[in-house]
Ligand binder design. Structure first.
Ligand SMILES: Cc1cc2nc3c(=O)[nH]c(=O)nc-3n(C[C@H](O)[C@H](O)[C@H](O)COP(=O)(O)OP(=O)(O)OC[C@H]3O[C@@H](n4cnc5c(N)ncnc54)[C@H](O)[C@@H]3O)c2cc1C
Length: 495
């Protein structure tokens, strides 16, 4: 066959498409703008400690579960070592001065929360059944092929997560608790569709783990496999333009002016960045306008903590804290009440660590706070930017210390990132964490299809299907399916 596929971006979306297509006989050439490959699959090292930037934990990794089956297909299992999170408390939700654990498996999940809310046992069971119903109706999530890939009940798309939870759960605090890991999808009250909440919660409730050494091992493994199958992967190679003739895309130009011809192009970068690379009447103004108007999920400020040796015990749970009694609305803050909440996670440096080597604290941050430094270069943004970050970091560290006393004294050093870091590093709009908002009030307008009006140009990555390990891999299967047929890929996965 030997058709040439050009892939733009080495995030999980681009790499997964590269793997699938190389495995199926396509000649793959992948171009990444950064010196380091992987996009959000990025682990960096400072002072000897490793830090995770964009994939802190994954789910569905017990043998037979969905992500495990995808990882097996992608030849990732030998390279990815896992560190299971506490099965009885993989997520801990700290709200209204109390703590609530999410436990793996339906029964454990319901029983653990019912201990705090005994009158809500039946409601919790109904809530969990609804989550399961959504997840198990998706043919790609369950690997049961169906010609229609979208069997979702429209109610779950058109209803917001908080509205559907409120219609199932009676106790006001429990409604907030079950939505306590909302930063995983940057959900917005009244806006984010219930199905996103359902998929993510089902995914992690099957099983939840960190990746030993960090998620960069996923990117490294996929790059090795693509190269071993004859593909080429190029770092530090920004794509500057996608060329088209009257009917189709013909190739790309790199920033260094080199031109590369291709039979197909897959863009694994943000759709806004993709249309900036395109000048063709095939892409109509209406499409451009719609992409320009996409609404996005929030960005964040992160503190990367390096601990002193043997100073802080490894925490085998993810800790979600909220100042008040509400999990929603933390992205609407003032200078006085920020941070309204945060997510705190330890990095897993070995299979069963006793002490933590490093950790992250994430809290929402709006792009306006850093907009005045846009256009400056990382490391050279100025003293006022450094001071801004220091002040923010100190507030987050104070908030953490209040919840987990003694942590501060264990800190050797900390580093920070802002929405600008994400914008500059991955090109995601305004540093948005998860790309477009899955908005229940505009379910059609905010959709990004893998197809474009350029017949041989396809999109991949978190803005197409969904974000996260599972969402992006499933999206890449749908995108690669445009060339191979989704059924063929699913067959291969099952084998
Ligand atoms: C803070 C944070 C925490 C997260 N935590 C988790 C988690 O715990 N679990 C989970 O499953 N998911 C998590 N996610 C989500 C997950 O990381 C992403 O959904 C996923 O990795 C996105 O992959 P992608 O392929 O869409 O894009 P990206 O990873 O953004 O990759 C796009 C790539 O394209 C490159 N690029 C851009 N423009 C060009 C150009 N012109 N030429 C060449 N290359 C270009 C970029 O440099 C980048 O490498 C998190 C995300 C964030 C931001």
């Amino acid at each position: 066959m030997d058709k040439h596929v050009i892939i733009i971006g080495s995030g999980l979306g681009g790499l997964t498409c590269g793997y699938i297509l190389a495995k199926n006989g396509y000649r793959v050439s992948l171009f990444e703008k950064n010196a380091r490959l992987g996009g959000c699959l990025q682990t960096f090292t400072r002072g000897g400690a490793k830090f995770e930037t964009g994939m802190h934990y994954i789910g569905g990794m017990d043998p037979g579960q969905n992500l495990h089956r995808f990882f097996r297909y992608l030849s990732l299992l030998p390279d990815v070592e896992l560190c299971a999170l506490d099965r009885m408390a993989y997520d801990v939700i700290s709200i209204a001065g109390k703590r609530f654990a999410f436990a793996n498996g339906q029964e454990n999940f319901v029983e653990t929360l019912a201990q705090h809310f005994p009158g809500e046992r039946n409601n919790l069971q109904n809530y969990y059944r609804t989550i399961e119903q959504v997840a198990l109706h998706s043919p790609l999530y369950t690997l049961q092929y169906s010609p229609s890939l979208n069997l979702l009940n429209p109610d779950y798309i058109k209803k917001s997560a908080d509205a559907l939870i409120a219609s199932t759960i009676g106790h006001p605090l429990l409604r907030q608790v079950v939505a306590g890991n909302v930063p995983l999808y940057a959900g917005v009250e009244g806006r984010t569709s219930f199905y996103i909440h359902a998929f993510i919660n089902h995914f992690y409730n099957q099983s939840a783990c960190r990746i030993v050494g960090g998620s960069a091992v996923i990117a490294q493994s996929l790059v090795r496999s693509i190269r071993a199958m004859g593909g080429s992967v190029h770092a530090a190679s920004p794509v500057a333009a996608i060329h088209c003739d009257r009917e189709k895309a013909t190739g790309i130009s790199l920033e260094n002016k080199e031109k590369i011809a291709g039979d197909y192009i897959i863009s694994g970068i943000h759709p806004l960045r993709t249309i900036e690379l395109l000048e063709t009447p095939l892409i109509r103004k209406a499409y451009r306008d719609r992409i320009l108007k996409l609404k996005h999920t929030a960005s964040n400020f992160t503190v990367y903590i390096r601990f002193k040796k043997a100073a802080v015990r490894y925490l085998n749970s993810n800790f979600y804290h909220y100042n008040g009694d509400r999990v929603y609305g933390c992205e609407n803050y003032t200078q006085q009440d920020w941070p309204k909440g945060f997510l705190y996670m330890h990095h897993c440096s070995s299979p069963a660590p006793e002490y933590a080597e490093s950790a992250v604290i994430l809290s929402y941050m709006n792009f306006e706070e850093v907009a005045r430094w846009q256009g400056t270069r990382t490391g050279n943004r100025g003293a006022d930017y450094e001071e801004f970050k220091r002040r923010k970091a100190e507030r987050l560290l104070d908030a953490l210390e209040q919840q987990l006393p003694g942590t501060r004294s264990g800190i050797a050093q900390y580093y920070t990132s802002t929405p600008l870091t994400y914008l500059d590093y991955t090109g995601t709009e305004e540093g948005s964490m998860y790309g477009r908002l899955r908005d229940c009030s505009e379910p059609v307008q905010n959709v990004v299809s893998q197809r474009t009006k350029v017949p041989n140009l396809f999109l991949a990555g978190q803005n197409t299907n969904s974000h996260g390990a599972l969402g992006v891999i499933i999206g890449a299967i749908i995108t690669s399916g445009e060339l191979l047929g989704v059924r063929t890929i699913m067959q291969q996965i099952k084998e």
